[in-house]
Design a protein around this ligand. Structure first.
Ligand code: ADP
Ligand code: MG
Length: 447
């Protein structure tokens, strides 16, 4: 290939990408890439960070091979350089500079120093939302706006929100960043009204470049505040100022005005899922390492198998194990870990367990649909999971068998009893099932 053909090849890839990719994707991932140099040996691309490089290779290696010279193994002859050094971000780096702090008005929350991108472990359940957050942090106001992150408790929403805040403060120093919980925003309005400084507060919020709002679900049923928030929000978005919002539910399920819901769906709505086993193990190892706690893989797996729907609880377990290891000066065996996990469960406030929560938990653990557990399917896996749920319901809930059975899509109490007997019998010999049921129980009690 001649040099000019190579250069054209990159140009053609860009044109192809521009036509083919969604606008946000192109702006976020492709546009920041620069052609650094080219020769018959291949192309050197300048990328703003390693994520862009990985993204390009993960997703478009094959396409690139069609436009650029190829190596003998069929891969595109490509190499990368990282653009102008971004400040190396270390875990213990200092919080935001003093000057910025004094410019802030209102009850800004301090960013949690450990909630940084580098400390966020990725897996299939959170990869998408992490890249979206990173995209927003690298190019605030230019990609998805707003970015709306939703998902269950303790899964890392606040962590990513603060991650964006840290990154922008360190890499876009001129931008004015404000992180706030929804509760604090409401308090801010109330205080401003009281001290007759509402205009000043409005001006302040509207002068921001990046507004990070945690737990928007607390705006539900607070109509007056909702309107004020919506106005601020619209003003910022119209000026291409970045807004990031977290919530425990997607916009459509929040009890907020249609206007508000529509606004929150303007940009990108990203779901934060429950990390799979492998990711949980990685998180446990990462947290243990940070605390200088040595954990065998066996122990890490054991914890990950037993605590599966909340990362904060994983951390709680590690903290307890740490304390234990320090006092006892003993190696952590599975027995110790089991005891510590049991203590953890007892230390948590008891939660009211309902048939619904049992059905949900069993559906998750046995990988079947909630509707199947309430339905009539006789397919082996489903019928078995349903029997487990019925067993747990009878064991855990103090109510008439008739009522419990009815909650399973209108089954009879004899069906329930039959299910309970079958599982109870099987438990006498099936150790794996016993453990699986214990795991569901533990999660019911702690989630
Ligand atoms: P949420 O806001 O969704 O309720 P948080 O962001 O407060 O959850 O996360 C709970 C805890 O779990 C935090 O200490 C956070 O650092 C940790 N955490 C959650 N997800 C991850 C992850 N993927 N990697 C590392 N730590 C995580
Ligand atoms: Mg949170």
């Amino acid at each position: 290939m001649l040099d000019c053909e190579i250069k054209n090849g990159w140009q053609q890839f860009l044109e192809f990408a521009q036509n083919k990719f969604a606008r946000a994707e192109f702006d976020n991932w492709i546009d920041p890439i620069k052609l650094s140099s080219y020769s018959p040996e291949g192309v050197v691309l300048e990328v703003p960070n390693i994520f862009v490089q990985e993204y390009l290779l993960d997703n478009y290696k094959d396409v690139l091979a069609e436009f650029l010279p190829q190596r003998s193994n069929g891969e595109p002859a490509l190499s990368f350089v990282i653009a102008a050094p971004t400040k190396p971000a270390t875990v213990q780096s200092a919080p935001a500079p003093e000057k910025e702090q004094t410019q802030q008005s209102g009850p800004e929350i301090r960013l949690n120093p450990t909630y940084r991108f580098e400390n966020f472990i990725e897996g299939t359940s959170n990869q998408f939302v992490k890249s979206a957050a990173f995209g927003v942090a690298t190019r605030p106001g230019k990609t998805y706006n707003p970015l709306f992150i939703h998902g269950g408790v303790g899964l890392g929403k606040t962590h990513l929100l603060h991650g964006i805040g840290h990154y922008v403060r360190e890499n876009h120093k001129k931008l004015k960043v404000h992180a706030i919980t929804t509760e604090a925003f409401i308090n801010d309005i109330v205080d401003s009204l009281r001290s007759k400084s509402l205009d000043r507060m409005k001006r302040y919020y509207r002068s921001l470049d990046l507004l990070l709002v945690d737990d928007i679900q607390f705006l539900q049923n607070r109509q007056n505040f909702e309107e004020e928030f919506c106005n601020t929000f619209e003003t910022l978005i119209h000026q291409n100022k970045q807004v990031v919002i977290t919530s425990d539910k997607p916009p459509s399920q929040l009890k907020l005005s249609e206007r508000m819901v529509a606004r929150m769906e303007w940009g990108l709505v990203a779901h934060m899922g429950i990390p799979d086993l492998e990711t949980r193990v990685a998180i446990i190892k990462h947290k243990a390492e940070n605390k200088n706690l040595t954990l065998s893989s066996q122990v890490a797996f054991y914890i990950a198998e037993h605590i599966y729907n909340n990362v904060r609880q994983l951390e709680g377990a590690i903290n307890r194990l740490c304390a234990y290891a320090r006092f006892q000066n003993a190696d952590l065996t599975i027995d110790t870990v089991e005891r510590v996990l049991n203590e953890l469960v007892q230390a948590l406030p008891q939660k009211k367990i309902t048939v619904d929560s049992i059905i949900q938990s069993v559906a998750q653990a046995f990988e079947v649909r909630i509707s199947d557990l309430r339905g009539d399917s006789r397919q082996k896996e489903i019928a078995f999971a349903r029997q487990v749920a019925m067993y747990l319901a009878k064991e855990t809930i103090e109510d008439s068998l008739m009522k419990i059975a009815a909650s399973f899509g209108g089954k009879t109490h004899s069906t329930l009893l039959h299910a309970w007997k079958k599982i109870a019998e099987r438990l006498t010999s099936d150790e794996a099932l016993r453990r699986q049921i214990q795991m569901v129980q533990r999660n019911l009690e702690t989630s």
